[in-house]
Design a protein around this ligand. Structure first.
Ligand SMILES: [Cu+2]
Length: 494
């Protein structure tokens, strides 16, 4: 029997009785102390896993949360600061938090291996490692808590960020349902064929698309891409919908570094800068050669750092539109005093499927040293909507055969997608470089999550420099939970 992964809902009356305001996100901890400057801080940073109440579509929703030392979601570290954190579990259930994209020793990675079990409620677990700078995030790796918003930004500022003196704006995306994750999963896995309530649409969702993914969709009779397994109730940007978006007041000069994080469990977005254009300078925290753009695909778990110089003292919405749908969410960048007009919750047309159009243009600012792989693992990605199950090399987690690698090796993993869904594949504990798409070599981005399109292939390479047990999985939570996860393991782990 699966433990319910969602805190129980409060009724509107209970919310009112509790005195909780109905608008916006309510951190569950009072702000009792400000974060001290790192050089004077004696104690570890405190991160609390707990529950909180959001207002979504005018209704209260009880969700999880990760609240940092200053009362806001997540953690922002100063340049050079260690990740020296006490994680306090006040969630009322056991949890374990993964520092997505960071490269700690494997026992601090926040994955529920037998050697590193989840933290029981009421207990505290300590972490201490040297973080890598960039836009990262944290999320539960326990059950499906991630869908119930046990997620938060993890921002590690660099000395260069400090020198650049740009206004830093974090935009974190979620998909939200009033149904529990268990209910959502049951809707996908019920095997009696009555999946009609699910928006599994193939060509329906794929209308009006001009992207390269059209090629994959025209593969023959009966073969259509699948998008958006779940019919969500809302899409959130910094915990809010477009009906009541966050308005970030921009500083004079309007020089912004936008840190975009797709923390959604099963949704991919197109970032739409509207009238603005921006310069992508990092993906998944790792710098790339600058690329200009105004519509940018963002697969699940990926991040983008975009520099934007606002052209005037106006108000500029930053949209994130769901692939295959008109639905969108977002925030507004607005100069002090600039009026903010109401924004339509839907775009005029469906967004195309998220694709590799940006990925092909990316080049790592700091690529891997040239070297032929010592070892290449080939991994077949497979599965289907009915029955709903997803596999790697025909195996379903936890019944898997680890991919063995050895310290010092240059390792390549060729991921070949035999399914009609795209899979955002994430490797723990290592940053990899994208070195081929559909067999064509490229010197692509260094990152931690890459999308493997339907019937396509992507090859990644990395240096095996972090011995341990590491999860390697699709970051669509429903694919992962139904099997699409394996282990990359070094021998002789202690
Ligand atoms: Cu997947």
């Amino acid at each position: 029997m699966r433990e319910s992964e969602r805190p129980t809902f409060l009724t509107r009356r209970q919310i009112l009785a509790s005195g909780v305001a109905m608008a916006g996100a309510i951190p569950f901890l009072p702000t009792t102390r400000a974060a001290a400057a790192p050089e004077t801080r004696a104690a570890k940073l405190r991160l609390t896993a707990g529950t909180r109440t959001l207002a979504v579509n005018g209704k209260p929703a009880r969700v999880f949360g990760l609240i940092g030392p200053n009362g806001n979601p997540g953690i922002t570290l100063s340049a050079g600061e260690r990740f020296d954190v006490d994680l306090v579990n006040q969630a009322g259930t056991s949890t374990i938090i993964h520092w997505h994209g960071q490269l700690p020793p494997w026992r601090q990675d926040g994955f529920p291996w037998p050697q590193t079990p989840p933290i029981p409620t009421g207990e505290t677990h300590s972490y201490d490692y040297a973080p890598i700078a960039g836009t990262y995030w944290m999320h539960s790796h326990q059950g499906m808590q991630e869908q119930s918003l046990m997620t938060a930004p993890l921002i590690v500022r660099s000395a260069e960020d400090v020198r650049a003196d740009r206004q830093e704006v974090v935009l974190m995306l979620h998909d939200f349902s009033f149904r529990t994750p268990d209910e959502l999963l049951a809707g996908l896995t019920k095997s009696n064929g009555s999946q009609s309530e699910m928006p599994k649409t193939g060509m329906d969702n794929a209308m009006n698309m001009g992207s390269e993914a059209m090629g994959a969709m025209n593969m023959g009779p009966g073969m259509a891409m699948d998008l958006n397994d779940i019919d969500y109730d809302a899409f959130l940007a910094n915990d809010r919908t477009l009906a009541d978006p966050e308005v970030v007041r921009t500083e004079p000069g309007g020089r912004v570094r936008l840190r975009l994080i797709n923390a959604a469990s099963s949704t991919q977005f197109w970032i739409d800068l509207g009238a603005l254009s921006g310069t992508v300078v990092a993906v998944d925290g790792h710098p790339v050669r600058p690329v200009r753009g105004s519509r940018l695909p963002l697969a699940m778990a990926q991040r983008l750092d975009v520099l934007i110089d606002l052209p005037g003292n106006g108000a500029y919405p930053i949209f994130a539109q769901v692939e295959g749908k008109p639905a969108r969410t977002g925030i507004v960048l607005a100069a002090s005093g600039a009026p903010v007009s109401r924004l339509a919750a839907e775009a005029g047309e469906n967004a195309p499927p998220v694709d590799l159009s940006l990925e092909r243009r990316l080049e790592a600012a700091i690529p891997l040293a040239p070297r032929a792989p010592d070892l290449t693992h080939r991994v077949i990605l497979a599965g289907a909507m009915a029955p709903y199950a997803w596999s790697l090399n025909g195996e379903y987690w936890p019944n898997i055969t680890p991919l063995m690698i050895a310290h010092g090796q240059r390792v390549a993993i060729e991921m070949v997608n035999h399914s009609m869904m795209a899979h955002p594949m994430h490797l723990h504990g290592h940053a990899f470089q994208v070195v081929a798409i559909n067999g064509a070599p490229l010197a692509g981005a260094v990152r931690d999550t890459v999308l493997v399109p339907p019937m396509g292939s992507v090859t990644i390479a990395f240096d095996a420099d972090n011995p341990g047990r590491w999860a390697f999985h699709c970051h669509n939570l429903y694919h992962q939970i139904t099997g699409m996860m394996t282990e990359v393991r070094y021998p002789a782990i202690i």
